[in-house]
Ligand binder design. Structure first.
Ligand code: DI6
Ligand code: FE
Length: 398
């Protein structure tokens, strides 16, 4: 197996509390995995003899993980953006058949190739910032074939680019116009989940628990079906109002509760007890000009792991930059740059139930990013600047 020695790196391993900073560090890659991590001066002789790539003191972090996206979808919503700027609200647009439902129409019209082709530029934007793992949700089909097509398109992306795709079935995203919510859940959403699972297309199951989407009782039925199939769950919870989604997610030991702007201190305690990650999505908060930030102090006090993601979607978060997401997490939600970096590495891996990435440690995948910066805080500090030097995906330099 090929062995590569990376030397003279400023390491931020994210493997302990804090950055796990190590100046003048070395990482040995063997095949797809990390073989050794430590100070250069303690490099075992078997590796010290090998030629080495000098990183010139650059920062070496785990590669980034975007743990919440709606990357695959048809159409665009630039017109809706104009309407919102004229004062029409997100909820009004949704009620008049625009919003999510306009993306549903465009997604239903697109075949698998078209879905892949339109997702690729968005994916490439993420990869250009050192991302190696992306979660992709369905949820704009809302009928069997279109939901399956979205998930197949998502899986296809991993064949076309150096990226690991984790798929999430989000049949319970919105109620299609042709049906009432209860019938949709029982007659379309749950049977489609079973079909998608049978085709090996589902890594986890998500829902949108909100007054403009589904109730906790309706989501619970989807979660019970997921559990019966042995699939983990997660939830869009407490984004626009207190709807009981976070408590529901915790009760199902969800991998994550996402958005959580309106979560309470009791919700934070419940998330801590169930080991559920709070996935913060500042791009949606920014785009919708929300004013209530998630209860970060409660999450800290109770020890809730926090992740950050783009929520890349055509309506509430047309965002394809995790670097900008780091900055927004700090500026809008008052995360520390260290919490923000943990949110797109170690805690993002946890939100996806992945134990082999998100940190730099022996035995983990060699998914690494090399940055032209002097300190990790620089990654969150700038706006619209990409200091990526190069990155590694499973031991392959990109
Ligand atoms: N919450 C969101 O912010 C997105 N979906 C969701 O459940 C919005 C999706 C859209 O507007 O297309
Ligand atoms: Fe989302």
């Amino acid at each position: 197996m090929t062995i590569t020695v990376l030397g003279n790196a400023l390491l931020a391993t994210m493997d302990d509390n804090g950055y796990g900073l190590l100046a003048d560090g070395a990482v040995v890659i063997e095949g797809a995995r990390i073989r050794h991590v430590g100070p250069m001066v303690e490099l075992p002789t078997e590796f010290a003899r090998l030629p080495r790539q000098d990183l010139g003191g650059r920062l070496l972090t785990p590669a980034f993980i975007d743990c919440h996206t709606h990357l695959v979808h048809g159409g665009d919503r630039a017109r809706e953006f104009e309407l919102r700027l004229q004062g029409v609200s997100y909820a009004e647009i949704a009620r008049s058949g625009g919003g999510i439902l306009s993306t549903v129409s465009a997604t239903r019209e697109a075949n698998e190739e078209a879905l892949v082709a339109s997702a690729l530029p968005r994916l490439d934007a993420l990869l250009a910032e050192g991302v190696t793992t992306v979660e992709v949700k369905s949820g704009y089909g809302l009928e069997r074939e279109a939901e399956l097509r979205m998930l197949r398109a998502a899986r296809k992306l991993a064949e076309l680019r150096p990226v690991r795709i984790v798929t999430t079935y989000l049949g319970a995203h919105a109620c299609p116009p042709e049906m009432d919510a209860d019938r949709y859940i029982d007659e379309i959403c749950i049977p489609t989940l079973r079909a998608a699972h049978a085709e090996g297309l589902v890594d986890a199951v998500d829902g949108f628990c909100e007054c403009i989407a589904f109730s906790p009782g309706q989501i619970a039925r989807v979660f019970e079906a997921a559990q019966a199939l042995g699939l983990p769950v997660k939830l869009h919870a407490e984004q626009l109002s207190q709807s009981g989604g976070t408590a529901l997610a915790a009760g199902f030991n969800a991998l994550s509760a996402d958005h959580v702007e309106y979560a309470t201190d009791d919700d934070a305690r419940a998330l801590a007890q169930s080991g559920t990650v709070a996935v913060l999505l500042p791009g949606a908060f920014y785009t919708l000009r929300e004013t209530q930030a998630p209860p970060i102090d409660s999450f800290r006090a109770h020890g809730v792991p926090m992740a950050l993601a783009t929520d890349c979607n055509p309506g509430s978060s047309p965002l394809t930059s995790l670097l900008l997401t780091l900055n927004m997490g700090c500026t809008l939600f008052r995360l520390t740059p260290e919490e923000a970096l943990r949110g797109v590495t170690a805690n993002a891996a946890r939100a996806l139930s992945l134990s082999d990435c998100g940190r730099i440690a022996p035995g983990l995948r060699a998914d690494l990013a090399v940055w032209d910066v002097k300190s990790p805080a620089e990654l969150a500090w700038r706006i619209g600047f990409n200091p990526l030097h190069h990155h590694w995906f499973g031991g392959v330099q990109c």
